[in-house]
Design a protein around this ligand. Structure first.
Ligand code: FAD
Ligand code: SIN
Length: 520
């Protein structure tokens, strides 16, 4: 099938839906989602969204906290622009129907604090903020007559001059995007979506690693598509590991224990119940995430333990049950009463700071192709994202991209010369088990050699092993018809390759990139 839409949005998380709602009055919008529309990192977000809402805080302080967490390599202009826009974007979320908790009087937002923040400035909805945001935005988008949301449509590749038979390299000037090819997961048909403007909002790539807080859909599809289309990517060495995921080895994704708990008084402890963060940073359990994750990693490695503890008991029983109901219920379901027991935790891959390089309007290096949310790299996070700045970045850049796209769409048409996808190939069902095994192998390589602490030797090992997996998978791809698992595997391999390549190129320890072979 061939479709023509003014605005094509790949992804139905906070970034994709915010953009869709903004452009909808100006043309036909189609939102593709590879699974159920609600499934993505957005709905798992717990802590909340950072914004300066009252005079007790200041933009300067939020800017400073972001720059410090980013370890000196944030883009200052981007940081200032994003943080100054935050209150307006929060008010819009509220208008779309998103509910944030308020204080007892009901006239001010109840604000939390998280690691690296010098003030209480995290707007939240109990400990399930993301679920509330996703609910509100989806409801608003579903009610808009110009927005069509199509579930189980897996974008495979963005369409460029390459598909018109031209040779495209990363040096080709003026690469253009004409839309995407997408696999209909119910019919296995590959459809052609022609668009005047396309936004990638495909989320993160946590599944590159064995243990991740991100949902199974987070396989770096957008980044891999732009890589194949020869677009510019950046900062992929900065994979953020969240210090505290619940230690429950069989569970995927790993369940997050929000940093807001540490903001409320929970303390990291070793297996003997002793505090250890004083050895690493004067901000103790509330130091920025990279520092805390490395400290935990070091404590685990030196003690040979698979997990440490978060002691949430100082928060108090009532506040734990009322303020963190999701975590309380989850832990209880696996036999841990957080009002009485310490919570076993370990770090997990959580957030990709790098991604598709965009300008301040969310425009990528490819014409008519925008990116927003976790798949993009704006310069806001530098070497390490400050907690709760991700949802903020997503709404700010969805807004900026929408404003630019609304103007651009007026002068664009569809490219009728785009051919349909060549679906030749065999169905190699017996080989499909290899995909599952290879994915597991890949995740272990990345976890073991390209994790929180790296070295030249570990990166070389990862690269060599990845090479073999890459060749085997390309061979399978060339012989068989395309399926979602195969496409995801190729994307995970591409993302792993890019993470390793960028990690090898960075010869200093900055933010989340930490190598034993490079001092500062
Ligand atoms: P997502 O919400 O991940 O959505 C991605 C969308 O893209 C999905 O709809 C998916 O179906 C679609 N998609 C992907 N690939 C394809 C494809 N090939 N074809 C079609 N569709 C595709 N950040 C904060 O700021 N505050 C928090 O409190 C916070 N807590 C978090 C807690 C957890 C457990 C996790 C995992 C993350 C948390 N983050 C938090 C990070 C934040 O939630 C994410 O960065 C953000 O939600 C990403 O939004 P997004 O719209 O970019 O992508
Ligand atoms: C958390 O709630 O700890 C996650 C916040 C974030 O990832 O920004």
């Amino acid at each position: 099938m061939r479709y023509e839409v003014d605005f094509l949005v790949v992804g139905s998380g906070i970034a994709g839906l915010s953009f869709a709602l903004k452009v909808a009055p100006y043309g036909k919008v189609c939102v593709l989602s590879k699974g159920e529309a609600r499934e993505g990192s957005t709905r798992y977000a717990q802590g909340g969204i950072a914004a300066v809402m009252y005079d007790s805080d200041s933009f300067d302080k939020h800017i400073q906290d972001t720059l410090v967490a980013g370890d000196g390599i944030c883009d200052r202009e981007v940081v200032e622009m994003t943080i100054r826009q935050a209150p307006d974007r929060i008010r819009e979320l509220v208008q779309y129907g998103v509910g944030f908790d308020r204080d007892l009087q009901g006239d001010r937002f109840d604000l939390h604090r998280e690691g690296g923040h010098s003030e209480f400035r995290i707007l939240h909805h109990k400990d399930n903020t993301g679920e509330e945001i996703e609910r509100g935005l989806l409801e608003a988008a579903r009610n808009h007559p110009n927005i069509e949301i199509k579930e189980r449509q897996f974008a495979i590749d963005i369409i460029t001059q390459h598909h018109l038979g031209q040779r495209v390299t990363k040096h080709t000037p003026g690469i253009e995007c004409y839309g995407v090819y997408a696999l209909d997961c119910d019919t296995n048909r590959i459809d052609t979506y022609l668009a005047k403007v396309t936004l990638l909002a495909t989320g993160g790539m946590g599944n590159v690693y064995t243990t991740t807080t991100t949902p199974v859909i987070s396989t770096g599809d957008g980044v891999a598509m732009v890589h194949r289309a020869r677009g510019v990517l950046s900062d992929l060495e900065f994979m953020q590991f969240h210090p505290t995921s619940l230690y429950n080895p069989a569970e995927k994704p790993a369940f997050l224990i929000t940093e807001a708990m540490r903001g409320a008084g929970a303390i990291l402890k070793d297996r003997d119940g002793k505090e250890f963060m004083q050895k690493y940073d004067k901000r103790l359990s509330l130091a920025p995430r990279d520092i805390v994750a490395r400290a935990i990693d070091n404590e685990m490695k030196t003690s040979g333990r698979e997990y440490l503890y978060l002691d949430a008991r100082p928060i108090g029983r009532q506040q734990l049950i009322e303020g963190f109901p999701t975590i309380y219920a989850k832990c209880l379901s696996v036999g841990i009463d957080i009002t009485k027991d310490m919570i076993p935790i370990r770090p997990a891959a959580h957030y990709q700071c790098g991604g598709i390089k965009v300008d301040c309007n969310g425009l990528s290096s490819i014409r008519h192709l925008y990116a927003a949310g976790e798949c993009s790299c704006t310069g806001l996070h530098g070497g390490n994202r400050l907690a709760s700045n991700s949802l903020l970045e997503a709404v700010v850049y969805a807004h900026n991209a929408a404003m630019a796209a609304i103007e651009e769409v007026k002068v664009l048409g569809f490219n009728a010369r785009v051919p349909d996808w060549n679906a030749e190939g065999m169905v190699l069902n017996e080989e499909m088990i290899l995909i599952t095994q290879t994915k597991r192998e890949l995740q272990e390589i990345m976890w073991n050699y390209v994790g929180i602490v790296r070295s030249d030797l570990r990166l070389q090992r990862a690269f060599d092993r990845l090479n073999l997996i890459f060749r085997e998978t390309e061979d399978l791809y060339n012989r068989s018809v395309l399926t979602e698992p195969l496409s995801e595997l190729r994307n995970l391999i591409a993302c792993s390759y890019l993470i390793i390549k960028m990690a090898r190129a960075r010869k200093e320890n900055v933010g989340l990139h930490y190598s034993l072979d490079h001092l500062r």
